[in-house]
Design a protein around this ligand. Structure first.
Ligand SMILES: [Zn+2]
Length: 256
């Protein structure tokens, strides 16, 4: 294998590997708001008949790159043993549903890609989404939405501004309703909410575990192939060959 020098070359190699697996599948997008963030949404899961809920364990995870996140596991105590209950973790109620997210207003910019908008005294950064995202929350938010549903008989007849204030135990979500409006977006076929909550399915409904295995195998395959730098060296050789033929040409001219 050819030797690469410098971080830039290594990054290029990493992106080459990532490109090889791009388009293999799409993870289920989830709406996570941070303190001070909001989103313009439409509830697209029928709240009366199709919302999904149960008892879950949220377990902290750390990815290979150091990113921290929470993974949900269904509590299995009602059908016998539950390893997470046995380990001392308390399960909590969660529900899940699909939202159509028009846009998200973030508190922090990402890669200069989001439009800066001033809301009140605050500058926020607008991410245009225009697509479905999973929304999963606990008991308090379910009570708030149930109250809206009881008042109107539906959650889906208008858009809402969902905003989050506060952190961890002091978090409050508010749902600010717009006037009723017609919803015209084409909703694609969506994977099962339960599987999406548990990170078991991809957006097309296929298994997330199978996807990860396929991607890992493809990355190994690309990583084992000769690096692009080797092709670069061949180009240099070709250039040297051209230069030497030019030398011959000039030599011939001089002889004239
Ligand atoms: Zn449990």
């Amino acid at each position: 294998m050819s030797m690469l020098t410098g971080l830039a070359a290594m990054r290029e190699r990493q992106s080459e590997i990532d490109e090889a697996v791009a388009g293999f599948g799409t993870f289920v997008p989830k709406l996570f708001l941070k303190d001070g963030e909001s989103a313009k949404v439409r509830f697209i899961t029928d709240f009366e008949t199709a919302v999904v809920s149960g008892d879950f364990h949220s377990m902290p995870q750390v990815s290979k790159t150091g990113r921290r996140w929470w993974k949900m596991f269904a509590c299995t105590k009602d059908s016998g043993a539950c390893e997470h209950c046995d380990a001392g973790n308390s399960p909590g109620f969660r529900f899940g549903m699909w939202l159509w997210v028009h846009y998200v207003l973030h508190t922090q910019q990402k890669d200069d890609g989001w439009e800066a908008v001033v809301v009140g005294q605050t500058t926020l950064f607008k991410e245009e989404v225009d697509g479905p995202m999973l929304f999963s929350q606990g008991w308090r938010v379910s009570c708030t939405l149930t109250a809206y549903f009881d008042k109107r008989g539906t959650l889906s007849d208008r858009d809402y501004d969902v905003s989050r204030k506060g952190k961890s135990q002091n978090t409050t979500y508010t749902f600010d309703p717009d006037d009723p409006s017609v919803f015209n977006e084409d909703i694609p076929e969506l994977p099962p909410i339960w599987g999406a909550m548990l990170d078991e399915v991809m957006m097309d409904g296929t298994s997330q575990a199978a996807f990860k295995t396929t991607v890992a195998a493809k990355k190994e395959e690309v990583a084992a192939a000769p690096v692009k730098a080797a092709a670069g060296i061949q180009d240099v050789n070709a250039l040297l060959a051209q230069l030497s033929s030019l030398d011959t040409f000039f030599d011939e001219e001089e002889e004239d």
